[in-house]
Design a protein around this ligand. Structure first.
Ligand code: PRP
Length: 210
């Protein structure tokens, strides 16, 4: 499903208007698309107990809504991974939590919030494949194909989005805005302000995805 450059006509709540330029995907549109994706996933995984592996921290909202729509037997685990970069590009990947469940011979659904350069999914997929699961399917809420660096695609994609700096519904900028119920476009003055500060004054996770 492609999201238009103009985004939705919904108005940004007053509280967020200084920081959020516009709503790209409303909470209703997200909920509807997740129901569709869940049906597709349930069809593909029918008859198998799946292991859902979700990447921290950005998947918090997407994962919760996705799995409550999946009426299949499943086990859930997390991998902590973060791109700690200063400036405006993703930096090196740091693993902050390792998988605990044994996925050997299992059907794995790998969940991430956004597929951007593909560096995260590429690295995590390599790590998971080494654990010899029966199969791995990948599922992302957002796909920003224009930014791809690694050769990787997701099996289930919620929305194809243009190259905007998106926040909300789990996605952050410098750990903020994850609690917004919609996916919005961050005003450029917000991330330019942070990027302009000396590196020592920035939080490590302040790594805009565009
Ligand atoms: C974000 C996002 C994806 C990754 C996508 O994670 O959650 O995992 O970037 O970018 P890529 O395709 O360019 O690798 P981030 O490192 O910002 O951590 P977070 O999930 O804690 O926000």
């Amino acid at each position: 499903m492609f999201v238009s450059v103009a985004g939705s006509a919904a108005r940004v709540p007053t509280r967020w208007r200084k920081e959020v330029e516009r709503i790209l995907i409303t909470d209703d549109a997200i909920a509807q698309r997740i129901r569709e994706m869940s049906r597709e996933i349930a069809r593909d995984f029918k008859g198998r107990e799946m292991v859902v592996v979700s990447l921290l921290n950005g998947t918090v909202m997407f994962l919760a809504d996705l799995i409550r729509n999946l009426s299949l037997p499943l086990r859930l685990d997390f991998i902590g991974v973060s791109s700690y970069g200063a400036g405006t590009e993703s930096g090196d990947l740091v693993f902050t939590k390792e998988l605990r469940l044994d996925v050997r011979g299992r059907d794995v659904l790998l969940v991430d919030d956004i597929l951007d350069t593909g560096k995260t999914l590429f690295r995590v997929l390599a790590k998971l494949k080494a654990l010899k699961p029966r199969r791995i399917k990948t599922c992302v809420l957002l796909n920003k194909a224009a930014r791809r660096v690694e050769k990787v695609e997701a099996d289930y994609v919620g929305f194809e989005i243009p190259d905007f700096f998106v926040i909300g519904y789990g996605l952050d900028f410098a750990e903020r805005y994850r609690n917004l119920p919609f996916v919005g476009v961050l005003h450029s003055h917000v991330y330019k302000q942070v990027a302009a500060k000396p590196a020592s004054a920035r939080k490590p996770a302040a790594s805009p995805r565009s």
